[in-house]
Design a protein around this ligand. Structure first.
Ligand SMILES: [Mn+2]
Length: 350
């Protein structure tokens, strides 16, 4: 009978709809960290609010309607006397050490709080100095963590090797157990006892590595896929090697410096280097990481709206939003999840 068949079709559609809506909502916490003291150019502190003005929330929401987004605003911090004393006695040759530490201490706490309330978090810089607090906070919540650092630079200088004294070139050295000893006066073990094992760090996109950084990377056998290896074997192979290197039982933190992208798609950044990832390559990498379903935290840093023309800023912000969109659900191959589709539009015979 036609009507029994129709009922069967209707109930199958209802079932499909019920199954898709049954997929649980997904909580994402966002924190802006308007920190610019890890380097010397003003403007990078404006990025969190600029991304918000450019519809960050709507862009993320439309990439996956199941997201439940909580924006925690911009991080505040206060510098105390202990940090100023550490700076005066031990780290006076690094710019703004006390501010760096105070901001990251606040961020370590903030990230842990966000992870108690959300399945994922996004940290928006600011300069890459905040990569320390974002990853360290993540490690204190989730000790079994892998880190993918997508950047033109390795950011692994020590206070003794930095040429510039800019601490945005040092955050990774605070995270690795093997390098923590070089920060013996920073009391990091009290703040963030869990560190990152060196075999759970992978760099992608490097093309401006300082001599001592190269020495450190090679000495510890840290995996880094610089642009020359990407050119040699291509992005799909780099993704495969990255995923092979990471412990499949671990959660993943992705720290994305906008300068990993080529300066033609991300011109408004403080230390732009030509010959970087195309936007498509950046999206491919982020999509592959997202598809592991293990990414629990992400940073997007170093967008500087005071550098370049208005058009440059627009291009850079758009590239950043594309990267975030892909990380948080957008599929170039089309969405796989819909809650409000009328599945009968093709008629019942289909
Ligand atoms: Mn960086």
């Amino acid at each position: 009978m036609w009507w029994t068949r129709q009922m069967a079709v209707a109930s199958r559609c209802q079932l499909q709809r019920a199954l898709s809506t049954a997929t649980s909502p997904h909580h994402l916490g966002i924190i802006g960290v308007p920190f610019a003291k890890g380097q010397s150019k003003q403007g990078v502190e404006l990025a969190p609010d600029l991304l918000r003005q450019n519809k960050l929330r709507q862009v993320l929401q439309s990439s996956d309607e199941r997201l439940i987004i909580t924006d925690y605003g911009n991080l505040q911090y206060a510098v105390d006397e202990t940090l100023l004393q550490q700076q005066r006695q031990h780290y006076h040759h690094i710019r703004n050490y006390a501010d760096f530490m105070a901001c990251n201490l606040a961020l370590i706490k903030q990230v842990q709080q966000m992870l108690q309330q959300n399945a994922q978090f996004l940290t928006i810089g600011g300069d890459h100095a905040i990569g320390f607090g974002s990853v360290a906070g993540h490690l204190q919540h989730t000790p079994n963590l892998s880190l993918v650092w997508i950047d033109a630079h390795a950011d692994i200088n020590l206070h003794s090797t930095s040429q510039s004294g800019n601490i945005h070139g040092m955050p990774v050295s605070f995270l690795l157990q093997q390098l923590r000893g070089t920060w013996q006066h920073a009391a990091i073990d009290d703040i963030a006892p869990n560190c990152l094992p060196k075999d759970q760090l992978v760099y992608i996109g490097l093309r401006d590595i300082d001599p001592y950084e190269a020495f450190i990377l090679n000495k510890f056998g840290i995996r880094y896929y610089a642009m020359d290896s990407i050119d040699r074997v291509g992005v799909p192979k780099i993704i495969e090697m990255t995923l092979d290197a990471l412990n499949p039982a671990n959660k993943i933190h992705v720290s994305f410096d906008i300068d990993a992208l080529d300066s033609n798609v991300a011109p408004s950044t403080g230390t732009a280097v030509r010959g970087g990832l195309t936007l498509r390559e950046g999206i491919s990498i982020v999509e592959a990481l997202r598809d592991t379903k293990r990414v629990q935290g992400m940073d997007l840093v170093e967008i500087n709206p005071k550098l370049g023309s208005e058009r440059d800023v627009r291009t850079t912000v758009d590239s950043g939003l594309e990267i975030l969109k892909s990380m948080f659900g957008y599929r170039r191959s089309g969405a796989r999840y819909y809650s409000n589709l009328d599945t009968n539009i093709l008629g019942h015979e289909q």
